[in-house]
Design a protein around this ligand. Sequence first.
Ligand code: KG4
Ligand code: ZN
Length: 372
Amino acid sequence: MTTTEVTISNPNLILGIESSCDETAAAILAFQDIENAEILSSVVYSQTELHERFGGVVPEIAARAHAERLDLCVQESLQRSQTCLKDMTAIAVTAGPGLIGGLHSGVMFAKGLAIGADKPLIGVNHLAGHALTPRLTHSASYPYLMLLVSGGHCQFLIVKGAERFERIGGTIDDAPGEAFDKAARLLGLAQPGGPAIEAAAKTGNPKAFSFPRPLLDRPGCDLSFSGLKTAILRARDQLVSEQSGLFAQDVADFCASFQSAVGDVLAEKSKRALDIYLSQNPQTPIFCVAGGVAANQTLRAKLTEAAQGKGAEFIAPPLALCTDNAAMIAYAGAERYLAETRSELDLVARPRWPLDTTKAGLIGGGKKGAKA
Ligand code: KG4
Ligand code: ZN
């Protein structure tokens, strides 16, 4: 959550609303032009504790919780930014992709606000929110390469404009965050699995188990993570049958070896994605990462090395803006607003909404439901 004083004179103000998965979020963004945007407030209500005991996000619980909390969340974002609804220039809302119930909650709520306060409504693609974040945080100039790695998504995008994305690779099954969460469950660690695995891996040996590096033997930059989970399951069951249980050191070794495998795959595929991106001759090459998995320090180090090896600048937005938030939705809304894109009141929530419609859809159903 951030609160800053308004330093832009007579700014446009956008209220951003996010409810596509298990975070209810609202943010106020001030901007004069797109180069000068400032987050005035960003409020995120996590639903982790509601879903914890079910071992994953329960869509119906998520949708209901969003509906119950959206008004409080928006109110808090207005209070923190010391603004009112009537000050807003427009209202931006995530309209997809994601869990349909949560998306409906957000879209219906935003429509109500737009009608009541007589403000323009702008439907935003959640993935565009992530993909445009480096412009908000680092003024990254187009075109840049983005690796989106979260609990629901995994794709390489060449971001060419606010509405122009080329997807050059993605997961063919699980997202990396899902793999971390499932691996943690297999090892009896807490959810979300990513931070738990990263912590346990600190005292583990990354070479203790030789887990597969899926799809490295195939050209291109598509990825696969579901086999890693099966590899852990097998190795765990074998060890348990040999020694009748797992020692803390075994768990640490599993975590370090798993993390190392994910890191190697992401780094190698990033190098290939960078080659494709660099062949398009960007003047100042930039490689960005976003999504909760980007919080992992070991993975970040490998990705930084991959970028440096190819002569590209590496950008990782601050963690609060890597994970789901509404500031990124407000920013993507601002880009759309300045491009004079508005949504009508018949705006519909879309569980699938690929950024690159020229490519076949990604397969697999993640934490967020169907992959975009
Ligand atoms: O972007 P995010 O907050 O939500 C979406 O899925 O959209 O990402 C959450 C995912 C979870 O699967 C979580 O286990 C993973 O990001 N994650 C991590 C770390 N922190 C969060 N994965 C690896 N290492 C971490 N430190
Ligand atoms: Zn997300």
